[in-house]
Design a protein. Structure first.
Length: 206
């Protein structure tokens, strides 16, 4: 079973990917993990990625595609995969079709305005590592679990979130139409509890 998980930043892809990977015994593959692994092992592609990122640039499509292509050759992908964060645009989607086309694409639908609220309302504890949301803890800046002062991660500010959602709308959202035309896309309501979203996904996957 070869799956892709689509959704805007903050839609819950990472959480659902972990659930799917565990239930269906599929390797959860994200481009971020691939980048870090190759950089750590100092592979030729990893060294290229490090050089690009150290200069403050984004990894080009062709390099990203090669990294994913290389990763999908691993033994754990013989029975399938779960891609999270790839493809990010039409170039990457068309490239993936050439070497390992997906069976199904699951799209987590969440209103973008609600996503902005989700992300900017997150608070993290630097001591115990737990995360909270202002909708549940109010305006307190103290961790309910250990009493440490909560922090806002630098990527969770309004300006950064707006930019990430803009990039998603421009580059990633067109993939919905791309995979719909292939008859591979199924959308689920991502604006529910984690368990409710996962129940929808399980029904889709049978």
């Amino acid at each position: 079973m070869k799956l892709i998980l689509l959704g805007a930043p903050g839609s819950g892809k990472g959480t659902q990917a972990a659930y799917i990977s565990d239930k269906y015994d599929l390797p959860h593959i994200s481009t971020g993990d691939i980048f870090r692994e190759n950089i750590k092992k100092q592979t030729p592609l990893g060294l290229k990625v490090k050089e690009i990122m150290d200069s403050g640039n984004f990894c080009p499509n062709d390099v990203t595609v090669e990294l994913v292509k290389d990763r999908l050759k691993n033994e754990d992908c013989k029975k399938g995969y779960l891609l999270d964060g790839f493809p990010r645009n039409l170039f990457q989607a068309e490239a993936l079709d050439e070497f390992c086309s997906p069976d199904l694409v699951i799209n987590l639908e969440v209103d973008l305005n609600k996503i902005e609220r989700r992300i900017t309302g997150r608070r993290s504890c630097p001591k115990c590592g737990n995360s909270f949301h202002v909708d549940f803890i109010g305006n307190t800046n103290v961790c309910p679990d250990c009493g440490e002062t909560l922090i806002i991660r630098k990527d969770d500010n309004v300006e950064t979130v707006k930019e990430r959602l803009h990039v998603y709308s421009e580059q990633t959202a067109p993939l919905i139409d791309f995979y719909t035309k292939q008859g591979k896309l199924v959308s689920v309501d991502g604006d529910k509890t984690i368990d409710e979203v996962f129940e929808q996904i399980v029904k889709v996957l049978g």
